[in-house]
Design a protein. Structure first.
Length: 404
């Protein structure tokens, strides 16, 4: 299947337009990273506590922020779950400074407790929040209250009842009970009747708490940088061995260009860069490089077949010959990641956003950046009085000359 029949587009003739396009987006991303938003690192890299809170109603971010400010959590970041307003969930991101007073499990409890205390503005004195109570808390309360007059098997019976309440709350009701009457039929009626004496229902529940310490965050940052550099170095070595060193340099510059624009897009939109985003960027490094190699391989074949042709004409013809393949491959992949971006949910939002931007830029750069770099170098070498542009070595080790 082909989208184009014998296309004859002068891609190299439009190289200055391509250069201007790349400069605009690259400079915009650099300015954002240096002067505006910086590089918006997620909790994986900077450390801190990430808390997922479910509300019984549509949450008001301004109200939540005001409550956190009153509790002294001034650096907290609040984010709605994009496209999932029906779930009424928000992510509250506490900085490392706000959770560094405790460590390990204490930090988990500290962040959760701080959020609960900040959001519970009208908690009845002497009562606990059933929407944020653990099964252990419920069991201890029921043991002390003993509504079933259970006798010797009280610990087992009340532990089972407490776990049944928590499971119903978290699995069936999404983490938030709107009425204690909902528990009828889940546990014994006497247990339900005893709960209002010691518990009340808030309009929210803490669903999940994640914490990353400063040392782990620094280690993950270092490993992410090294992984990216190693992948670029590996491609440079492979292409230098498989083709010529200038092909490797052109491919690495192209991938660096793609990575810079993708990271710049995260900075411009102020989206957090997490471990899954790094995984997406590494995926794009390979994807962009694959497209570039396809074009380079066709250039190498045509250099042998059209020895008397001008190098720019050979490169243009090679790009046109692989254009249908590039559009088909990139188009199908783009539709997949676009669906992931639109319908994949908040957890995959950063990952899919990186893939959407990266596939567009990676496909564009294989045509508009890598090939012009190769031609520019060969022309520069010819102007310096060296031998004309050469093709990569063939199987017999000889190189065929072409006009630069």
């Amino acid at each position: 299947m082909e989208f184009f029949r014998n296309p004859n587009i002068d891609f190299l003739g439009k190289k200055w337009y391509f250069l201007a396009f790349s400069l605009v987006f690259s400079v915009a991303g650099l300015f954002s990273m240096l002067f505006w938003h910086g590089i918006p690192l997620g909790i994986d890299f900077r450390g801190g506590t990430l808390i997922e809170v479910k509300f019984s109603h549509t949450p008001n971010v301004n109200t939540i922020r005001a409550a956190l400010d009153r509790a002294g959590l001034h650096q907290a970041r609040i984010q709605n779950f994009t496209g999932e307003s029906a779930r009424n969930e928000v992510l509250i991101d506490l900085s490392q400074e706000e959770t560094s007073k405790a460590a390990g499990e204490q930090a988990l409890d500290r962040g959760k407790t701080d959020i609960i205390n900040a959001l519970q503005t009208d908690a009845p004195a002497g009562k606990q929040d059933l929407n944020n109570a653990s099964s252990l808390t419920l069991r201890d309360y029921l043991l002390a209250k003993d509504p079933l007059h259970a006798g010797t098997d009280a610990p087992q019976r009340y532990a089972a009842a407490a776990q049944a309440i928590v499971d119903f709350r978290d699995k069936s009701q999404g983490g938030v009970l709107s009425s204690m009457e909902q528990l009828k039929g889940v546990v014994d009626a006497a247990v339900v009747a005893s709960l209002p004496d010691g518990f009340f229902l808030s309009d929210f529940g803490v669903r999940n708490v994640e914490i990353v310490g400063p040392q782990v965050g620094a280690q993950l940052r270092r490993q992410a940088i090294l992984a990216t550099l190693y992948s670029l170095g590996g491609m440079l070595i492979y292409l230098a061995f498989r083709f010529e060193w200038i092909y490797g340099v052109a491919a690495v510059i192209t991938v660096f260009h793609d990575t810079l624009i993708t990271v710049g897009a995260f900075s411009l939109t102020n989206k957090d860069i997490s471990l899954t985003v790094i995984a997406a960027i590494l995926t794009l490094v390979g994807y962009s490089n694959n497209d570039t190699i396809v074009v380079f391989d066709r250039i190498r074949e045509n250099l042998k077949l059209m020895r008397r042709e001008n190098l720019a004409d050979i490169v243009n013809r090679s790009i046109n010959q692989t254009l249908s393949r590039t559009i088909l491959t990139a188009g199908l992949t783009f539709l997949t990641v676009l669906a992931l971006f639109l319908f994949g949910g908040e957890v995959l939002h950063g990952f899919s956003f990186a893939l959407v931007i990266g596939i567009l830029i990676g496909t564009y750069s294989s045509i508009a950046i890598a090939a012009p770099i190769l031609v520019a170098y060969q022309n520069w070498r010819a102007q310096k009085g060296k031998r004309p542009g050469t093709a990569p070595a063939g199987k017999d080790g000889r190189r065929e000359k072409v006009k630069a």
